[in-house]
Design a binder for this molecule. Sequence first.
Ligand code: AMO
Length: 446
Amino acid sequence: MTRTPIKNLAPFPDGFVTVAGWVETVRDQKKVQFVILRDESGAVQLVNPATRDLEDGASAEEHAAAALTETIGGLAHGTMIRVTGELKHDERVKLGGIEVKIATLEVVSEALPETPIADDSSLDKRLDWRFLDLRRPEASLIFKIQTTFEHALRSWWVERDFIEIHTPKLMASASESRAELFEMEYFETKAYLAQSPQFFKQMAQPAGFGKVFEIAPAFRADPSFTSRHATEFTSIDAEISWIDSHEDVMQMHEQLLAHAIGAVAAKHGAAIEAAFGVELSAPTTPFPRIPLAEARQIVADGGYEIPRADGDLDPEAERRLSAWVKANHGSDFVFVTDYATGIRPFYHMRREGDPTVTNSYDLLYNGTEISTGAQREHRLDVLIGQAREKGLEPEELEFYLDFFRYGVPPHGGFGMGLARVLMLMLGLGSIRETTYLFRGPTRLLP
Ligand code: AMO
């Protein structure tokens, strides 16, 4: 008999079914045994009337029943089993109103009796045993949500004629800054792991692609141990031609997110509320836009002095600003715009008439930055000047500067961390929870 995914059992009429999965719990009572069996789709109660203490002359059937009872009594948590039995609908069964009376049980793959992690294990310990940690339904739910989210992003882009690109992650130069750069041997020379697809998504503009996107890994040799930094993360990037300013990028960005979060809410809203206590709905657009100087003032008026010397918002300021926006505009999102030139990379376009600010933004979601976006400087002479000003050698950037020598449309885009979006969407405390396998300064395994 082919197996039926557990979530599909309920509509079946009473009768024989086969299910397969892992043992979540065994309740071995004197007269009856219960097993909670879980697969990727759900959990079901299995039941077996216990047969013990056979008398002399017991029948072969009774011996088989006693053997089954013994097998069930010895099942370790996590053991993979396949069971054929009789499905019965019974309203009294708390778990979904159904149970399966075991006819045959095959132990397919035994688990060691001691499970290395428990519900109260530390996050670090859980990550050591990530494959077991991921068996928790709330954990696999995160990746079902991720699948829906990415699918919705792609659909939105594809319907609007964006082209998907895959840029190389082995690079000859830094893509964001010399800091946080992974360097490696590359035959006779050195290579660097891409910190962002920045240069090559921009290359698609003189290539005449118009609108592009990429969802791919990015690498940062960031030694910090915060809840929102990883050394390898999935970056969601888009870049579009013929924009008038970063406003065009923000409009694309907010519509894209409203669509993708709406798709997640429609498909997983009830499960998200049950697992994480979050009521998710599609955000309304436009998201509020607040220039950085004003954002700083709002935070200062709230009694918090930002300790950073460079003028950027620190995590506490981001939280306070988001709380203010939520209270005053009812939005979980806010675009902080007009970043000062000093805290932005050389490729950001500066404001015409006020070169102290850039045509750029950060997007905050429920109190934390999830994205940076900007209009790019596409005028070669200005770009070279800005690179020099930031201490970069134009000679090292020749391949990038070439993109601007043969005609290039005005353009802009954004980069957004996938795990951060999921963490903030679900109200979780760390991107370690929303990354399949987290990579940090002290974690390369599993
Ligand atoms: P930025 O460096 O701000 O911009 O990165 C964009 C977004 O990527 C995510 N992110 C990270 N996530 C986890 N761990 C990290 N170490 C990490 N670093 C960044 C964040 C962040 O907001 N090229 C520009 C984007 C652009 O202008 O298009 C860039 O990379 O969510």
